[in-house]
Design a binder for this molecule. Sequence first.
Ligand code: I3P
Length: 459
Amino acid sequence: MPKEYRRKTSKDFGITGTSVNEGSRLERRTAGKSSQICDDLIHKAAQVAQSSATGATTVMDARRVPQVTITPEGGGSSREIQQEDWGDVVDGALRRKLSNSSISSTGSSAVESEDDLLSDNESKSKGIVTLEHLVDAGESKPWWKLKTIVHWPFSATQRRKLNWVQLAGHKGNFKAADEGNILKKFSENEMQCFEKLRDDALLPYVPGYHGVVEKDGESFLHMTDLLANFDLPNVMDCKMGVRTYLEEELVRARERPKPREDLYKKMVEVDSEGPTPQEHSQRGVTKPRYMQWRETMSSTNTLGFRIEGIKKCDGTCRTDFKKTRSKQDVIQVFKDFVGGNASIIKSYLSRLTEIQQALKMSEFFKQHEVIGSSLLFIHDHTGNAQVWIIDFGKTTALPEGQTLNHDIPWQEGNREDGYLWGLENLLHTLESVSIEGTSEETFCSVTKENSQTTEGDGQ
Ligand code: I3P
């Protein structure tokens, strides 16, 4: 990473907090979060448009018959989805429904304090996933009693049996939808991004988006199941960019510092020397301070992307990449991820090159600060390998007329995110994997039946 890309620390910005007063709220926020990222990987995956087995891209066809069957927890009940089960679809309507969307899409601040951002983050979709039971406890009707969907894609003869699986995690951010689709907790920011992406060069590389669905008084983004065309998929999440927080978060933290004990604990878990003496004594760090520390510990600062987590086809899951920093470390992780399979790396390289070209063409990309967005890598034993651009919860529109380069250093105020610089480094890293690649092909040896059992056990 060029020196000029290195940023000031939060201490330089003077955002270290002075007191901890969030008590049990912090504890609640901490509970179960980091351990749930693996579920995220599968359900981030469950958002994207289909691809062909050869890796060629096809734009999501909202009318295609979905292909995923989700196994019921315990293998018990299942039912056919009925057209009349769908309802309350707000297809494309720009409605602000939930408190989980406090980040402004216009670039101006829509939140009052860092607290707002924090509460936002407590509930917003970051891949902490639960696909709920077929029937809610104490209710006689399925939870997903939905009625009429705009552009309902199935005829009666095309109905498919849908089953459900309970996945561990923060309840309510994701829900199972009709076959081949998923519901992601509504974020106005993300919804607006999908609306704008409808006519953009990036469309073939982002999740298929079918509008907003209301369910039990909550709104969800109705999206295509990313994993629909994969058999025992391997999934990797790479968070892109040199910066993982919005400039407005920084400003807010400076104005009203709110040290968080959950972030302090996460920091100490990785590095007991991480917090300053003051942070130790108050047992709290502010969000931007924590985010900046994460960026420095991982490859975000050095390479412009970082590995967040990997879920392998055998059900194993790793999220311990907080200190995966050097290019060589990243190469090793990728090698392990693809099982040394050169053709998968080749497919990933070609897809990433397409994405790079599309990004350079994209008006949307020029006009947005892209923060916290990931590239999701998925491949399986058939050789199918895809990469998708996901997570637009913190992708924020610039003021009218302003554009970003995405490959020049960030200085506070210029809103640059280093996305393209990171992508270039990611491409070089994968090329190195290819050159150093091994010949072994350690594709998943588990049977489909085994894998389904794992799912049913509630990952
Ligand atoms: C989390 C990670 C997330 C961030 C989250 C952090 O840290 O940086 O990106 O959510 O903030 O706790 P880690 O990866 O170490 O678990 P956002 O990107 O949505 O801000 P949060 O705790 O406020 O949700």
